[in-house]
Design a protein around this ligand. Structure first.
Ligand code: NAI
Length: 265
C-alpha cells in the first residue's frame, strides 16, 4: 500500500512539542488539525504557521478529559480537514507529589488526560483510518517515564507506561490495515511544561545527560515527522526514545550519586 499522508491532527498543538509538530507536518505537505485547551491565541499562532506553508489548518478546543465528547471532536476535525492519515496524541499533563501523598484526584486527572483521553481519541482516529482504507499513522508522545520512573511523578510515570502499552496494542491489531502505531519518548525538552519555553536548550548544561543539554521541541517534531512519513512504513509498535541519552545513565546514577537527596525529588 502506498501511504501518502495529507491530513494530520496534533492534539495540544498550541505550544511546545505539539506546535512544532503541527508546523513540521505542514512543511511536509499535510493539512493539520490544531487543538488547544486554554490557549486559543497559541493555537491560532500555530494555525498561521501551518498556513504559511500553504496548507490548510483547522482549529478546535479539545479537552481530552471530557471523555464523552473528545472522540467526536477528533471526528469533526477530520471531517473538516477532509480525511485523517496521521494522528499525533501529544496532549499531556504531569503531577508532582511523592507517591505516599499523591491524591486520588491528582492520580485520576493525570490518568484521564494521558491515558483515558488518549485511548478515546486514538480509537476514534484509528476507526476512521480503517474505514478509509488508506493506511495511517498513530503516534503518541510518551516520555522517558514510559520506560523509567521519576521521584514525585507516580501518576505521570504510570500513565505514560500505560500509553506505551496502548500504542503497542494498536500496532498489533491494526497492522493488517496498513496502520502503524509508535511512541516518541522525549527526555527533558525546553517547552512550557518544563518552564523553559523561551530558553535555548543549547545554552543549558546537563552534565548527567550524555548530549549535555535539554532537547528542543523541533528535535521531537523531526522524529514524529519521520514516523508520520511513508519512510517509516516498516516501523510499528516501537518507542523511539529521544532523550540525549538520559535513559542510559541509570547505572551511573546507581554508582555515582553521592547523597540521598534524589529521594526527595
Ligand atoms: P506543553 O505544555 O507545551 O504541551 C502540553 C499540551 O497538552 C498543551 O497544549 C496543553 O493544552 C495540552 N493539554 C493538557 N491537558 C489537556 C487536556 N485535558 N486536554 C487537551 N489538551 C491538554 O508541553 P510539552 O512539553 O510540549 O508537552 C507535550 C507532550 O510531551 C506531553 O504529552 C508531555 O507529557 C510530553 N513530554 C514532554 C517532555 C518535556 O520535557 N517537555 C518530556 C517528555 C514528555
Amino acid at each position: 500500500m502506498d501511504f501518502a499522508p495529507r491530513y494530520a491532527i496534533v492534539t495540544g498543538s498550541d505550544s511546545g512539542i505539539g506546535k512544532a509538530t503541527a508546523v513540521t507536518l505542514a512543511a511536509a505537505g499535510m493539512d493539520v488539525g490544531v487543538t488547544w485547551l486554554d490557549d486559543e491565541e497559541g493555537a491560532q499562532g500555530t494555525a498561521e504557521e501551518v498556513r504559511s506553508h500553504g496548507r490548510q489548518a483547522v482549529v478546535a478546543r479539545l479537552d481530552v478529559t471530557r471523555l464523552e465528547e473528545c472522540g467526536q471532536i477528533v471526528d469533526r476535525m477530520a471531517d473538516e480537514l477532509g480525511g485523517l492519515d496521521v494522528f499525533v496524541n501529544n496532549a499531556g499533563t504531569g503531577d508532582s507529589a511523592p507517591i505516599l501523598e499523591l491524591s486520588l484526584e491528582q492520580w485520576r486527572h493525570t490518568m484521564a488526560t494521558n491515558l483515558d483521553g488518549a485511548f478515546v481519541c486514538m480509537q476514534h482516529a484509528a476507526r476512521r483510518m480503517v474505514a478509509a482504507g488508506r493506511g495511517g499513522r498513530l503516534i503518541a508522545v510518551t516520555s522517558v517515564h514510559e520506560h523509567a520512573p521519576r521521584v514525585g511523578s507516580g501518576a505521570y510515570t504510570s500513565s505514560k507506561h500505560g500509553l506505551g502499552g496502548l500504542v503497542k496494542q494498536f500496532a498489533l491489531e491494526l497492522g493488517q490495515y496498513g496502520i502503524t502505531a509508535n511512541a516518541v519518548a522525549p527526555g527533558e525538552i525546553a517547552t512550557p511544561m518544563t518552564g523553559q519555553e523561551d530558553q535555548d536548550p543549547r545554552t543549558q548544561e546537563r552534565p548527567g545527560v550524555p548530549l549535555r543539554r535539554p532537547g528542543d521541541a523541533h528535535e521531537m517534531a523531526a522524529v514524529i515527522a519521520f514516523l508520520a512519513s511513508p519512510s517509516s512504513a516498516y516501523v510499528t509498535g516501537a518507542s523511539w526514545v529521544a532523550d540525549g541519552g538520559m535513559l542510559l545513565m541509570g547505572p551511573h546514577g546507581g554508582s555515582h550519586l553521592e547523597s540521598d537527596a534524589w529521594r526527595e525529588g
